[in-house]
Design a protein. Structure first.
Length: 365
């Protein structure tokens, strides 16, 4: 009898090798990669030179900007939240960096103006972006305010601060002065290592760190737990408030990074920098398979989603499509991504039921 029992599983595994359910799962989880291949193929055929070395470098720099913001957005959406303030935080931090470099910190009581070193400008800006995100997270966690409302308020507040820092005007020529020791800011946007722009390296580093955090740390498990079932996570001892504050802090940090990169690339800071960046980030995250209801998704999908948005944007520009039509197309992509997200949830339930039925049928044979 024991020998017969041990021999049964072998044929079962062979018959279970590939099923319709497995094909459906591949299509669901690989949709961002499939979309990337399709979009790239279409623009390669329609626009000669689309995959030239020069254009790839330009696209990668654009992708890096969106991907960095989307990485922070992924943490937020995994908890079931949303951060509409990231675009405004990008503009605010760019203006803060411009203020520190061009005008310094004025202390009228002492009659002095302090010009921070370039590294201090970067650290102050990153810290301010992180605190802005933490404030949104605190409002959401402490007062149980809906993430949409809390971050929408921060959206307007941060954009207002960006305008107030220089009365709505641009901070030009962010190159610093040698006598103040604050030169070299432009290297962040224009510099490269091994021939690859710094912004691309930053994207890669952030993506790797974020992936390891979400998959290999207790904090990452807490993020998924909060998004999957907040009440159950709370009963299991997950620090809900701290987790929410942390993910919005990460989102603010990533937005601040982008603000610094853009200001460095342009060697100028404008209060409207980062306008509507949050929409591209949300589109990248959802296209990458992260559920808007939380608890499902990951960083690899987000990066692929960012590439889809980047390739789509650059392809439309190369083909001479007007800005208005670009907005229509991007808006349609976002709506389509949300629809796919909802279908994904429904299909996931069907797949689970089909798997259970298949296993039951195999067990009965």
């Amino acid at each position: 009898m024991d020998q017969e029992t041990k021999a049964d599983p072998a044929p079962t595994k062979e018959r279970r090798s590939i099923t319709k359910t497995d094909v459906q799962q591949f299509a669901l989880y690989g949709r961002a990669f499939i979309a990337l291949i399709l979009v790239t193929t279409v623009f390669t055929l329609l626009s000669p030179g689309f995959l030239s070395a020069g254009n790839i470098v330009i696209m990668m720099k654009h992708v890096a900007i969106n991907a960095i913001i989307a990485i922070g957005m992924t943490f937020v959406i995994l908890t079931g939240g949303i951060d509409l303030s990231v675009g405004s935080v990008v503009g605010m931090i760019a203006m803060v960096a411009g203020l520190l470099l061009n005008e310094g910190i004025n202390i009228p009581q002492l009659g002095i103006i302090i010009y921070p070193h370039t590294w201090m400008v970067l650290l102050i800006s990153l810290a301010l972006g992180t605190l802005t995100g933490a404030l949104s997270g605190f409002i959401i966690a402490r007062f149980n305010v809906a993430p949409f409302i809390a971050t929408l308020g921060m959206f307007f507040a941060a954009r207002g601060v960006a305008g107030l820092l220089n009365n709505g005007y641009t901070f030009p020529n962010l190159v610093g002065r040698p006598e103040y020791g604050n030169t070299g800011f432009e290297i962040l946007g224009a510099g490269s290592f091994l021939g690859v722009n710094y912004s691309i390296w930053i994207m890669a580093i952030y993506a790797i760190v974020a992936y390891l955090v979400t998959t290999r740390t207790p904090f990452g498990r807490h993020v998924y737990a909060v998004g999957g079932n907040e009440r159950a996570a709370e009963l299991s001892g997950v620090p809900i408030s701290r987790t929410k504050i942390a993910v919005y802090s990460i989102s603010g940090f990533c937005a601040a990074t982008v603000g610094l990169i853009i200001a460095s690339q342009l060697v100028a800071a404008h209060p409207m920098t980062g306008l509507l960046f949050e929409l591209n980030a949300i589109a990248a995250v959802v296209l990458g398979g992260t559920s808007l209801s939380g608890g499902r998704g990951g960083i690899p999908g987000t990066i692929i989603g960012a590439f889809v948005i980047g390739v789509l944007t650059d392809g439309l520009i190369r083909m001479g499509v007007s800005t208005f039509w670009q907005q229509v197309i991007k808006g349609s992509v976002i709506v389509f991504a949300v629809i796919i997200d909802q279908l994904h949830a429904q299909w996931q339930e069907n797949i689970t039921l089909q798997k259970q039925q298949e296993e039951l049928e195999l067990a009965l044979e």
